[in-house]
Write a protein that binds this ligand. Structure first.
Ligand code: MOS
Length: 760
């Protein structure tokens, strides 16, 4: 075994960082063959390891944690979009029943770290968006904590607010510098183009709305901090909390065993982690801080509203000669500057085109700062661009899918480098077949039900290579049961089950005898944030590497016990067989000799291969039915075909796509945070009037994968899948709507009011 420390790169959502990585030569394995007969478990649908526990309501989420002596926190939040605190009676709150600690904006130095932003104070006396935290209370009961907020009798000096994104742009109220990336000469190309189209598109404020709100329970023991946290990133949370309280990271333990979704909104320690820990420090008691539904919709985060102008130039035959996309993005107060870079990506990377200009600006408004939301930036910009491409198809009289094929790029259009694998054309072909694309025009013939039907498509591009580091431990006991310890926090995607499939396959043990644990930083087995479609490509190679080592060790012991060379032994489905088939025994014949000893092995994620650009691809096709009398748009079917490398577990992978499609459908049809321009305050930050889809809205969703291993993702060849499925859905639906009605949506979501206006 040779271990080295090497410099390697890790990629998250296109952001490449250099990291020192522990590399073990033994961790590099030949990739498995393509999914099929050679593999027992990988590639076959496997139910979730924690399905029964979750379904029975026995899973303990952060919101369920109750500790002895625990206090309950409440947060005083700004009721207005921009103001200065004039008076705040903290003493009245301190005197209220059951109150143990009150913290005003001047009472704490503790900061938290919003996604990809510098740390900022947890409380402010100058709230610049509705919902901004001003003060904290911890009391014996949640009711007492809330009552104490009222006792503070907050008085504010109102300041003028800006919530109109375009007005902010016109007044150049920008966050950071505007950005432009270009190649060729787009101006000349547009002027010379045989055909041009121009489209203006507006996309809505979209809220992550995780089933479990942001939540933390913090507890100090001397200078050691334990936080139960509903987070996508336990290790980021550990680091951020250690920095916030000036203690070393090993004195912070973060536990995130069950998490009710995040969708990008729960990266790192969050406001809730830092605020709960500060209240716990000051009170000397454990403190629970959980957003209520209104707080979650007000301050949980959002995908931001965009206003886009897209101009395309093409030849009459349909070759793109110019792509220009200008985007104005609502940044809000704070918000991550990095988003802008991603907003420019679809124009630059989706199609082969020599003349491209993508430009964008972030407008600083008095809204909650935008943060990461499942394929942030890409979903917004591609929703615009793919509608413009559809308009071009209509103008040219070319089939929209054919137009996309015509402009397919075999290489990365930005760098000219080849891809590690791109099967976009296969995605088009399969999606067309499953959707019945050939009968698309017949759909438009008026039916007896009076509905207008249409079909639309959109392409998807995104990253998803992941990278080091990730560390995994495998321990096999005398019963030949394997315990796989990881740094995974399973935010609901089923990644622990994916790890179980990988481990069972490599170990040659039955699934039932393999148990995967994660959700705790205490073992110090690092795993990356469950974001950026990172987990499968980053962690599964380490799971496989550790399992391979454990299997090799086990085979060596088997050689001793069975008096046969380990090289002549195979382990599969819990049985040891000699290559000549003379021997066939349960593996427990060997492991039972272990007694109280165990076999232990560890594996680390090595660097990605080099030579090609790793991206994910896909195509979705939507069929919609529009009721012209009611303005209702019903999605009848969505076909989603994605190319994300090897599929480890088709069952959880399909679930991921279904979830992404539904979230994308809602982005197209119903979800929109509405802000009152007069007050600057969101008017529907609740679950009753912010319309997430219900089970009654779910269309038929047909999911398929190209399922070919990516040679550059070590060991497993699986790219990430969390984000890709949401990316093309809204554009496909908008294009289907345009096909059905002949009207191009100017703004999403396509609410009844907007549809009736368009059809009038
Ligand atoms: Mo994500 S939007 O990287 O959690």
């Amino acid at each position: 075994m040779t271990q080295r420390l090497v410099k390697a790169t890790s990629e998250m959502e296109g952001r490449v960082t250099e990291v020192w990585t522990l590399v073990d030569d033994e961790d590099e394995l030949e990739q498995w063959p393509e999914n099929g007969e050679a593999l027992s478990i990988v590639g076959k649908p496997t139910p979730r390891q924690d399905g029964p526990v979750r379904a029975a309501g026995r899973a303990i989420y952060t919101v369920d944690v109750r500790l002895p002596g625990m206090l309950h926190a409440a947060v005083l939040r700004s009721p207005v979009a921009n103001a200065r605190v004039k008076s705040l009676d903290l003493d009245a709150a301190r005197a209220a029943a059951g109150v143990r600690v009150v913290v005003g904006p001047d009472d704490t130095e503790v900061a938290f770290t919003p996604t990809l932003c510098p740390p900022q104070p947890i409380l402010t006396s100058e709230p610049a968006y509705a919902g901004a935290p001003i003060a904290l209370v911890a009391a014996d009961t949640p009711e007492q904590a809330r009552a104490a907020l009222a006792a503070m009798a907050l008085a504010l000096e109102m300041l003028p607010h800006l919530v109109d994104t375009r007005q902010g742009f016109n007044e150049m109220k920008l966050a950071g510098d505007p950005m432009e990336l270009a190649r060729g000469d787009v101006e000349a190309a547009l002027k010379d183009a045989e055909v041009t189209v121009e489209l203006e598109v507006e996309t809505p404020d979209h809220l992550q709305t995780p089933l479990e709100p942001h939540a933390a329970v913090a507890s100090w023991d001397g200078d050691e901090l334990t936080v139960w946290l509903s987070t996508q990133g336990m290790f980021d949370a550990r680091r951020e909390l250690a920095e916030a309280f000036g203690i070393p990271a090993h004195r912070v333990r973060v536990i995130s065993e069950f998490i009710g979704g995040g969708f990008g909104a729960k990266q790192g320690g969050g406001f809730e982690g830092a605020a709960a820990a500060e209240l716990a420090r000051l009170s000397g008691r454990p403190v629970r801080l959980v957003n209520n539904r209104h707080e979650e919709q007000l301050d949980g985060g959002r995908r931001s509203r965009t206003f886009q102008t897209i101009r395309l130039g093409a030849t009459r035959e349909g070759k793109l000669t110019a792509i220009e996309q200008e985007s104005i993005v609502d940044q809000g107060e704070g918000g991550m500057l990095y988003l802008l870079q991603i907003v420019l990506m679809p124009a630059l990377t989706l199609y082969a085109c020599e003349n491209v200009r993508a430009a964008g600006a972030l407008v600083k408004t008095n809204r909650k700062g935008q943060n990461a939301f499942r394929a942030p930036g890409m979903t917004e910009a591609l929703t615009g661009l793919e509608q413009a491409v559809d308009e071009l198809a209509t103008t040219l009289g070319i089939d929209p899918l054919e137009l996309r094929r015509l402009n397919h790029s075999e290489v990365d259009p930005m760098s000219g480098a080849s891809y590690s694998g791109k099967h976009m054309l296969a995605c088009y072909e399969r999606a067309a077949e499953f959707a019945g694309w050939a009968r698309r025009e017949q759909l438009r013939e008026p039916g007896a039900d009076g509905l207008l039907r249409g079909m639309g498509c959109a392409s998807q591009i995104w990253w998803g290579s992941g990278g080091p580091p990730a560390l995994v431990n495998v321990r096999i006991d005398s019963g030949a049961r394997a315990l796989v310890s990881t740094g995974i926090q399973d935010i609901g995607t089923g990644t622990l089950t994916t790890a179980r499939v990988v481990a069972a396959e490599e170990l040659g043990l039955p699934l039932d005898d393999v148990r995967v644990v994660g959700g705790d930083t205490a073992p110090n087995l690092f795993g990356p944030v469950a974001g950026g479609s990172m987990t499968t490509p980053s962690v599964m190679p380490a799971v496989r590497a550790a399992s391979a080592k454990a299997r090799r060790l086990l085979l060596q012991l088997a050689g001793d016990v069975l008096e046969i060379s380990p090289d002549d032994l195979e382990l599969r489905d819990g049985r040891l067989r000699s290559r000549d088939s003379a021997l066939d025994v349960p593996v427990t014949e060997v492991t039972e000799k272990l007694g109280n000893a165990s076999i232990d092995a560890s594996g680390a994620r090595g660097p990605n291969g080099t030579g090609g650009v790793v991206q994910t691809f896909g195509c979705q096709i939507a069929q919609v039915a529009v009721d012209p009398a009611l303005g209702e748009v019903r999605v009848e079917r969505i076909v989603a075909v994605h190319d994300v490398g090897r599929i480890v577990n088709p069952l959880t992978a399909t679930s991921q796509v279904e979830g992404g499609v539904l979230q994308g459908m809602a982005y197209a049809l119903s979800e929109e945070l509405v802000v009152d321009p007069t007050t600057g305050v969101p008017v529907n930050a609740h679950l009753d009037d912010y319309k997430v889809p219900t089970i009654a809205d779910v269309p038929e969703i047909v999911v398929d994968f190209i399922d070919l291993p990516d040679a550059q993702v070590p060991n497993t060849g699986s790219r990430g899948l969390g984000e890709p499925p949401i990316i093309p859905t809204a554009a496909a639906i908008a294009n289907a709507f345009a096909h059905a009605t002949g009207k191009r949506p100017r703004a999403l979501p396509l609410t009844r009011a907007r549809v009736l206006e368009l059809l009038a």
